[in-house]
Design a protein around this ligand. Structure first.
Ligand SMILES: O=C(O)CCC(=O)C(=O)O
Length: 253
């Protein structure tokens, strides 16, 4: 397999990813690249824009981040396969006390609950588009949690801290069988808060994590620091996505 990465991981970084279930890498984007995307996203958007998980298909700015060689090159090294893009999300979290519900986080979950696939080789790259940390609702992870399979969950109940929702998704398997599945804001049962590590990731840096790694975030408690991030989820070429809304995966490189 040809490797096209610009950034080559060291054996220690690859080992760390497989041991802890995540890896933080600084300077994936330049300050200008991160700022240009944020400025673009600050323009008014049509109602419901955020619900679409496939902007990378028809929006060149989204595609630029999702296919960025520093990101996809590392994903290729970690997956040991050609990465395919499943979905993209821009995750902006307003400081506490400002407009509506912007300050909420995402309940601690595993992505394979939301994005079941076979084989279960889903992974993500979460890019910080502003400086992020514990105070402004930065990404949190539970190191080593990917070694214990899929955990049982309940619907998130603390709406002050985390967004709560329910949606029905269409599913289809490799044989063409179709069904629907009700998904909700998954929160892992019995999680010990002491196991959660609140990461500090400067603007332009990123976190790579597996589909089984427990992660999420808390509300933005800062008074003036917006937390901005861009997440792309990948599977290796040939893997099957069950959710029909994200089944049409796109080559990342
Ligand atoms: O940005 C966040 O707060 C959470 C992101 C997340 O859950 C994800 O990228 O899968």
């Amino acid at each position: 397999m040809e490797t096209q990465e610009r950034l080559r991981l060291t054996p220690a970084q690859i080992e760390q990813y497989h041991r802890d279930g995540y890896l933080v890498v600084h300077d994936l984007l330049t300050d200008e690249e991160a700022s240009a995307f944020v400025a673009y996203e600050s323009a008014p958007r049509p109602e419901g824009w955020r619900q679409n998980l496939r902007h990378h298909v028809d929006d060149a700015r989204w595609r630029h981040l999702a296919t960025h060689p520093n990101v996809t090159g590392i994903v290729q090294q970690l997956l040991e396969a050609r990465p395919m893009i499943v979905q993209t999300m821009y995750l902006e979290k307003q400081p506490a006390g400002e407009a509506d519900k912007g300050g909420q986080g995402v309940a601690l979950h595993q992505d394979l609950h939301y994005l079941p696939c076979a084989p279960e080789k889903l992974m993500a790259c979460w890019l910080a588009l502003s400086d992020t940390d514990a105070e402004n609702g930065g990404l949190c992870v539970v190191p080593g949690s990917h070694h214990h399979g899929l955990h049982t969950t309940h619907k998130n109940e603390n709406a002050d801290e985390h967004d709560a929702w329910e949606v029905e998704y269409g599913m289809r398997d490799q044989e063409g069988k179709e069904w629907t599945e009700r998904m909700y804001s998954f929160e892992i049962d019995g999680l010990d808060p002491d196991d959660v590590v609140r990461l500090t990731v400067p603007k332009g840096g990123g976190v790579f994590f597996t589909g089984l790694t427990i992660h999420g975030s808390y509300a933005n408690r800062s008074t003036h620091r917006v937390r901005r991030a861009f997440a792309t989820h990948f599977i290796p070429e040939g893997a099957w996505m069950y959710r029909t809304d994200v089944q049409d995966v796109m080559p990342a490189l």
